[in-house]
Design a protein around this ligand. Structure first.
Ligand SMILES: *Cc1c(COP(=O)(O)O)cnc(C)c1O
Length: 424
């Protein structure tokens, strides 16, 4: 079925998919068309069931079709799916986010992570009256024009340097520097200090595999932006509400001026948000002059699902996610070492990624140097065994609270069998 659906899809959807990594180009083969998800498992159109480590790329932190999240969405839909007028749920969601995230006074909802980073940059530029931004090679912030330079995720998977259709004007104010490099950031501020509105970063780079910040690097970014009157925009679209109650901001003790949220915040529905200090957020219309809007922003169905999911994410949930990640990471590391396959598993909290290489990966160059052909073979070996991993060696793996110890052990056992075939 996946084969025939994909053939039909390719006729009417570019590449057969609505987001590039889904097409399996990074690993080869035909993408599985999913028909059903329940807890930690997905079932494809051919009736094959897999233990899922993609989890919609992060949003489904409680597993597929969590009964409370489903019920909240159904209830909200019954009473009215969209008004174009404010609703109680939006207030409650904003209050929940403000209560969880240190330093966030106000938030505004949007519909995707792309919109969140794009809007946060606009308000940051409006607030500082400056044009230039610094981003890191291999970090992914959605597909907004200004950010589509040396981006991670699908851009990395497909090996695209930069995207045609993005004008030089759109990226002319984007300065790209290597992640974990202090000198390059310092040099950018020396050359353009008074023109730099902000630095945008993932707190843990997780769209080129998982590449944590070096010791002290976040402190360095905070200090250099402050010294130059620039802002620090932390893109927590992947890490927010995943790494801890208060995301990476809480876990790593960050002090961002602006934060972008997405993925987990929407409970599997199209919802994202951005927030920050009141003096910055009050630049937004209708209070201030920076325009930003959306017909479906703060959609009641998405808000109900997202809020329900957030309220279930307590300290126990994060402890469970971390313990499951520990078990999986330890098991995989042992499987590769027993098979004599050089592998490097990098993590922060429950977020982790796998590189087939024998050295630690600290930047995009290192991520590209890993053995991505071997990742493709590992991926297909695991898929055949019933374990659905990210179809690209540039992506993180995701556990949910619905995964059990038995699920993890089954995946580790399969990995040991597949690892043995990778050695040759
Ligand atoms: C997924 C992601 C985005 C883009 O979010 P979309 O909802 O896909 O537009 C932005 N930033 C980071 C860090 C992400 O992981």
């Amino acid at each position: 079925m996946s084969e025939s659906l994909f053939a039909r899809a390719e006729a009417v959807i570019p590449g057969g998919v609505n987001s590039p990594v889904r097409a399996f180009r990074g690993v080869g083969g035909t993408p599985r068309f999913m028909a059903k998800g329940e807890g930690p498992r997905v079932t494809d159109e051919d009736g094959r069931t897999y233990i899922d480590y993609v989890m919609s790329w992060g949003p489904l932190i409680l597993g597929h079709s969590h009964p409370d999240v489903v019920a909240a969405a159904i209830d909200a839909t019954r009473t009215g799916s969209s008004y174009g007028a404010p609703t109680r749920g939006e207030v409650e969601l904003a209050e929940e986010i403000v209560a969880r995230i240190p330093g966030v006074d106000q938030v505004r909802c949007v519909s995707s992570g792309t919109e969140a980073t794009m809007s946060a940059i606009r308000v940051g530029r409006g607030f500082t009256g400056r044009d230039k931004i610094i981003k890191f090679a291999g970090h992914y912030h959605g597909h907004g024009d200004a950010l589509l330079v040396e981006a991670g995720s699908g851009v990395a998977t497909l090996g695209l340097p930069n995207s045609p259709g993005v004008t030089a004007g759109a990226t002319g104010d984007t300065i790209v520097v290597p992640w974990n490099d202090r000198d390059a950031v310092t040099a950018a501020f020396e050359a353009h200090g008074d023109d730099i509105a902000l630095i945008i970063c993932e707190p843990v780079a997780a769209n080129m595999g998982v590449v944590p910040a070096a010791d002290g690097y976040h402190r360095f970014l905070r200090d250099i932006t402050r010294d130059h009157g620039a802002l620090l925009l932390v893109d927590e679209v992947m890490t927010g509400f995943r790494l801890a109650r208060g995301g990476a901001t809480e876990l790593l003790g960050l002090e961002p001026d602006l934060i972008a949220f997405g993925k987990v915040v929407g409970g599997g529905f199209p919802l994202a948000a951005f927030g920050g200090r009141r003096e910055i957020m009050s630049q937004l219309a209708p209070v201030g002059p920076v325009y930003q809007a959306g017909t479906l922003s703060g959609n009641p169905v998405a808000v109900a699902a997202g809020l329900t999911q957030l309220r279930l994410l307590d300290a126990d949930a994060y402890a469970r996610l971390d313990a499951l990640a520990d078990r999986l990471i330890d098991g995989l590391a042992e499987a590769f070492s027993d098979a004599g396959v050089p592998a490097c598993i990098q993590r922060v909290g429950n977020l982790f990624g796998l590189f087939f290489t024998d050295t630690a990966v600290t930047d995009y160059e290192g991520a590209r140097a890993a053995d991505h052909d071997r990742y493709g073979r590992f991926f297909h070996g695991m898929l055949a065994e019933g374990h659905y991993l990210p179809p690209s060696g540039y992506e993180a793996m995701f556990v949910s609270t619905a995964h059990t110890e038995d699920d993890i052990d089954a995946t580790v056992a399969a990995a040991a069998r597949v690892a043995a075939t990778l050695a040759e």
